[in-house]
Design a protein around this ligand. Structure first.
Ligand code: FAD
Length: 465
């Protein structure tokens, strides 16, 4: 149906809107173009109008108007997601939260902020108070805290403090329902999982309280290795080290073929080295050097902020997580990536064997994190994309040896393993009874939407037994 968008814009007043088609199109995109498959699928999906609420009252006003007019709504923070999470599949209203960006409270071990606050701004506000975020995404300059808890899962700090879903890393989330009169709901303790990582499907997040940890004097380190297996082994040892010895908050290993695409590191790190990228507390630097040398590596860079500014280098974490992919994409758009779970992270021989088994078109990059007290490793390889068939073959190679593929080329919250989160969907029924929030992103919602929240929740219990 054709809608009168000018009239809708008017009914949103006093909320600021953007209706300029070029700008609306720009805000309909995220970083899905990392995937040639998603790029094909999503590049022509656009919203119709953008609203920029400044307060939660204005956000509630947007939701109420959309509810009464039955307009699909996509919440958007910085738009840095990789799977098209913030791409409107059915057009409609994009609500960008970046003007709702106040940092509301900094206390002992927590920070409370509005959903649109930038992660980097929160980190900057915490530092003088002696705190820092338990973790943050490598996109912190653009990503919002609401987008991080709705779309992200881990980040720099997760190798010390676990993923977002653990250890009370998210203390509280507040979210508005999509009803005639939107109601703000508060999710605390374990209940934050009802809304964390739900891709904006089951409520409009207004406010987030995150755990913080005492800040440390971090040194950004790059160590080089001749052999990738040695580099990986050092990474595993570093990730496993007790915090009293080395409380690293980043641990990534990057294949030398990828590092050749890092022109900024020229003259600082020798060519042809596999790199271990880390952030280490200053007083533990000697222990870090010992660990690297014991594994046959050399520390080439160890910079505090002053030194980094002098050398005019980016933060070391801009060579980790999906920034690794970005560095390669800057010079060659035919690169893409994948997300692979390593079955036994301690088995470096199996990791090395897999690396050899993969073709010349797959270059390793491992991220180490800790979850449930155990070290986990994900391979986020660079893949030189030829066609979907070759990508499927690469996935099959990984799977043939027990590695898990979390397909990065899918725009569905259930992923390729089709694991619906029935708690998310039950809350969707409660907070978004008309199913207008981010429609199309859940493949199972359409089958369940006629059920009551309790019936949807019960499906989860059925699956557990
Ligand atoms: P957006 O992309 O705007 O939104 C993400 C999802 O959240 C969407 O589904 C959106 O609808 C929903 N959403 C946004 N705001 C709200 C709200 N107020 N209420 C309800 N739903 C909402 N991710 C990580 O976890 N760790 C990383 O280290 C990391 N590194 C990355 C590196 C690069 C180079 C890139 C491109 C991406 C990376 N990502 C990473 C993914 C992404 O950057 C993060 O998850 C980021 O935190 C998303 O925040 P955002 O504000 O950009 O969210």
């Amino acid at each position: 149906t054709e809608r009168d968008w000018a009239a809708i814009a008017q009914s949103l007043a006093p909320v600021e809107v953007i209706d300029e088609p070029v700008l609306v199109k720009k805000r309909s995109r995220d970083f899905f173009w990392y995937s040639p498959i998603l790029n094909q699928e999503l590049r022509k999906c656009f919203g119709d109008l953008v609203a920029l609420p400044k307060t939660r009252q204005e956000l509630a006003q947007c939701l109420a108007v959309a509810y009464s007019e039955e307009i699909p709504v996509v919440l958007r923070g910085g738009g840095t997601g990789n799977y098209g999470q913030a791409v409107p599949l059915e057009g409609g209203l994009i609500i960008e939260t970046t003007a709702m960006n106040r940092i509301l409270e900094i206390g002992d071990g927590f920070v409370r902020a509005e959903a649109g606050a930038l992660m980097a701004d929160i980190n900057a506000a915490l530092q003088p108070e002696g705190w820092e975020m338990a973790m943050f995404p490598s996109t912190q300059d653009i990503a919002t805290v609401g987008g991080f808890v709705a779309g992200g899962s881990a980040g720099i700090g997760s190798v010390a403090n676990g993923p977002l879903r653990e250890n009370g890393n998210i203390i509280s989330i507040k979210a508005l329902s999509m009803e005639a009169e939107p109601v703000e709901h508060s999710f605390d303790g374990d209940d934050v999982l009802q809304i964390h990582h739900a891709w904006g499907l089951n409520g409009a997040i207004t406010e987030v309280t995150l755990r913080t940890v005492p800040t440390q004097d971090w040194i950004g380190c790059m160590a080089g290795f001749d052999d990738y297996a040695d580099c990986y082994r050092a990474g595993y040892a570093l990730a496993s080290a007790p915090d009293e010895d080395i409380a690293r908050k980043l641990c990534s290993t990057v294949d030398s073929r990828i590092c050749d695409y890092f022109p900024r590191l020229e003259n600082h790190v020798p060519k042809g080295k596999h790199l271990l990228v880390s952030l280490v507390p200053r007083d533990q630097l000697p222990a870090f050097r010992n660990l690297i040398e014991a594994h046959g590596g050399t520390v080439h860079l160890a910079m505090d902020e002053e030194e980094r500014t002098r050398l005019r280098l980016p933060h070391v974490f801009e060579f980790a997580y999906n920034h690794t992919t970005l560095q390669v994409l800057k010079s060659d758009r035919s690169a893409t990536y994948q997300q692979i779970g390593v079955p036994d992270p301690s088995d470096s021989d199996r990791v090395a064997a897999m690396r050899n088994k993969l073709g010349d078109d797959v270059w390793s990059h491992h991220e180490f994190t800790r979850a449930g007290g155990k070290v986990l490793t994900a391979d986020l390889p660079i893949i030189w994309f030829k066609n979907p068939e070759r990508l499927a073959e690469i996935n099959a190679t990984y799977e043939s040896d027990g590695f898990t593929v979390y397909d990065a080329h899918l725009n569905a919250i259930e992923g390729n393993h089709m694991q619906p989160d029935y708690r998310h969907l039950a809350w969707k029924k409660r907070l978004d009874p008309k199913g207008l929030l981010n429609p199309g992103k859940s493949r199972v919602w359409e089958k369940l939407r006629h059920l009551s929240p309790e019936e949807i929740e019960a499906m989860g219990h059925k699956n557990e037994t």
